[in-house]
Design a protein around this ligand. Structure first.
Ligand SMILES: O=C(O)c1ccccc1NCC(=O)[C@H](O)[C@H](O)COP(=O)(O)O
Length: 262
């Protein structure tokens, strides 16, 4: 897997915006809800450990979902989500730090801040239980990991290749997300998780990210070693009324029939 291909223009635009964001004032200190514990508890309860993502829009989404993010989040938890991911990138994903705060106050499950955080001071934008650190975009991953942990955050380090997995593990990551979406073509391939996860140490919590839409996808990623499954588009489709059913269809994947998915 070549991760040296040029980034998609949309990703370059996201990074440029991230670099230009104003530095937050103050410094946060959080007592996080454990993501690994929440994923394990869901699995023990017979639910596929889904991290459902509140993503109003994205570079690969047609249109935008302007439903109340708190209503969406509550619907995801109602559908059995073990944890939530909330986009806080405003320009390309329609997210905000205010949305994450409102969602985190409304639910009891761990909430991941999904954003493009490039420097330690950007961590102070909002309290969350977990922050996303994208290995490819960080020159000092150990430093960002340390800065996140100093503030109390858990860190989900996102990788796309085996080399990035090794970098994440060497940096001390204990929660690793393998993004099935390549950031050059924005295409998803579930083979990515299967290939990269095979190299992961047993003591790392592994999350399969992107491109999951069916119970068979969930079962495939779990069979390949996923401790968590991060799903946005397939759950967000259809608005609040549909979100609970969309989530439940995936969280019940390990208790439904492979053939009928019912
Ligand atoms: O979702 C996008 O279009 C996107 C484009 C460029 C960079 C990142 C992008 N998404 C961030 C994510 O990683 C996904 O929101 C998340 O993994 C859920 O993926 P999906 O279930 O395929 O919406």
């Amino acid at each position: 897997m070549d991760n040296e291909q040029p980034l998609a223009p949309a990703v370059e635009s996201i990074l440029a915006a991230a670099r230009d964001r104003p530095v937050p004032e103050g410094r946060v200190s959080v007592t996080p809800r454990s993501l690994p514990d929440a994923l394990a508890a869901a699995a023990a309860d017979g639910r596929a450990p889904v991290i459902a993502e509140v993503k109003p829009t994205s570079p690969t989404t047609d249109g935008a979902n302007d439903d109340d993010p708190v209503a969406l989040a509550r619907a995801m938890v109602e559908g059995g989500a073990a944890a939530l991911s909330v986009l806080t990138e405003p320009e390309h994903f329609g997210g905000s730090v205010g949305t994450l705060t409102r969602v985190r106050e409304a639910v009891e499950v761990p909430v991941l801040r999904k954003d493009f955080l490039l420097a330690p001071e950007q961590l102070d934008g909002v309290e969350a239980d977990v922050v996303l650190l994208i290995a490819r975009f960080l020159d000092d991953l150990p430093g960002m990991l340390e800065a996140a942990r100093e503030r109390g955050f858990q860190a989900l380090v996102e990788v796309h290749t085996r080399a990035e997995l090794r970098e994440a593990v060497d940096a001390g990551a204990d929660i690793v997300g393998v993004n099935n979406r390549d950031l050059a073509r924005l295409e998803v391939d579930l083979d990515t998780f299967e290939r990269v996860a095979a190299e992961a140490p047993d003591d790392v919590t592994l999350v399969a990210e992107s491109g999951l839409s069916t119970p068979d996808d969930v079962r495939r990623m779990r069979a390949a070693g996923a401790d968590g499954l991060l799903v946005g588009t397939a759950i967000m489709a259809g608005g609040v009324e549909q979100v609970t059913a969309n989530t439940r269809r995936l969280t019940e994947a390990e208790t439904t029939d492979t053939e009928t998915n019912e």
